[in-house]
Design a protein around this ligand. Structure first.
Ligand code: AN7
Length: 364
């Protein structure tokens, strides 16, 4: 494996020749990318140790999610083109990243959020980074429709993933996986909301294959929350519902490209229930020390489903894996973004007196 690149370098400087930037692009970065790829022997054990399983922990990005990779590219290019205001619709993480990179660049930022449906950490980020926070009494899909109408406004840059610069930045996560493993994995699992990230990873893997930096491309496997599963069900979901608020999306922006990625890669899309998501979130925190937000845990929940012959579907890509294969799961965002959803399920802490005996009696 290659040693990781210096973390203070952002993805534009790490992968400049593969990104749509030039010498005059002002690089607006927070040192995003180069996130940990953590081997999980306990997940490998669920497959009888036939394969090696890795967690790409995107919660380690500067604003706590993978969105920073796309935002550094989108905001740098928006600045180069003379934009003065950034705007996005968001289930939370895009708005946090947009607000931070706007602050860094000196641009203004407005974020359209579905009222009452954003994890508190993400709202706090948008406020503290200085964005104008606009709550819309409707769901994310409605917010995105408003943003689409604002696309033609002069000096405004839309930084949702309908902006192709976002996906260019996000594809760098696939580059990092190959650089670290020495080749592409056999399978790549990730949660799917707007389907931009699965599209971006697929683009990155294909580009590395064409450059001969990888000998193959992985099968892409996406997981949607059961109550917000438009791609799995192949129809728009007008009122999507899931406690994994980041992926509460009924009409994904990158639906078409994601279907292409699934087909071309020989991959699959499946669903996981909210109960499976929260169980997986606790499992990966308690067993591997990695705290990911609920939406991110959809990839762990999905892995667990596919690792279980009694629960996976007949065409599951995990059923046909050669021994020694590598499997990568992206954990898209940090668990600290949404502590309320965890605290809801926490028991009260144990109580002890302020002395050794009292504490020891609780440890036996
Ligand atoms: C943690 O922030 O759509 O399939 O507005 O925050 O590329 O949409 C977030 C999505 C997965 C889904 N995990 O990725 C937004 C937003 C986390 C996320 C997804 C999101 P896409």
């Amino acid at each position: 494996m290659n040693p990781r690149t210096n973390r203070s370098i952002g993805v534009i400087d790490r992968y400049r020749s593969l990104l749509p930037v030039d010498e005059s692009t002002p690089v607006i970065t927070l040192g995003e990318g180069s996130t940990p790829l953590i081997e999980s022997r306990k997940l490998s054990a669920l497959l009888g140790n036939r394969c090696r399983v890795f967690l790409k922990f995107e919660g380690a990005n500067p604003t706590g999610s993978f969105k920073d990779r796309g935002m550094t590219v989108a905001v740098s290019l928006a600045a180069q083109r003379g934009a003065t205001t950034l705007i996005c619709a968001s289930t939370g993480n895009t708005s946090a990243a947009a607000a931070a990179y706007a602050a860094r660049s000196g641009m203004r930022c407005a974020v359209l959020l579905p009222a009452g449906k954003i994890a508190l950490g993400k709202i706090a980020q948008a406020f503290v980074y200085g964005a104008k926070v606009i709550a819309i009494d409707d769901n994310f899909d409605a917010c995105l429709n408003v943003v689409r109408e604002l696309q033609k406004e002069p000096t405004v840059a839309v930084v949702n993933s309908i902006n192709p610069d976002r996906l260019e930045g996000q594809k760098t996560a696939a580059f990092e996986v190959v650089d670290e493993l020495g080749d592409a994995p056999a399978l790549h699992l990730l949660p799917v909301g707007n389907a931009g990230n699965i599209t971006a990873y697929w683009k990155g893997y294909q580009e590395y294959r064409q450059l001969n930096r990888a000998s193959r491309t992985p099968r892409m496997v996406g997981f949607q929350a059961a109550g917000a599963a438009p791609i799995f069900l192949d129809r728009v979901i007008p009122a999507p519902e899931t406690a994994a608020s980041a992926i509460r999306i009924g009409n994904p922006a990158s639906w078409g490209p994601a279907k292409t990625a699934l087909q071309e890669s020989g991959g699959a899309i499946d669903i996981v229930s909210d109960d499976e998501i929260f169980a997986a979130q606790r499992w990966v925190a308690a067993n591997e020390g990695v705290f990911a937000e609920p939406a991110s845990a959809a990839s762990v929940a999905g892995f667990m489903k596919c690792a279980d012959p009694s629960r996976r579907c007949s065409s599951c890509p995990m059923a046909q894996l050669p021994d020694e294969s590598s499997i990568v799961l992206t954990l898209t965002g940090h668990g600290l973004k949404d502590v309320a959803s965890v605290l809801d399920q926490c028991p009260a802490p144990l109580k002890a007196e302020a002395n050794k005996e009292s504490v020891l009696s609780l440890l036996s």
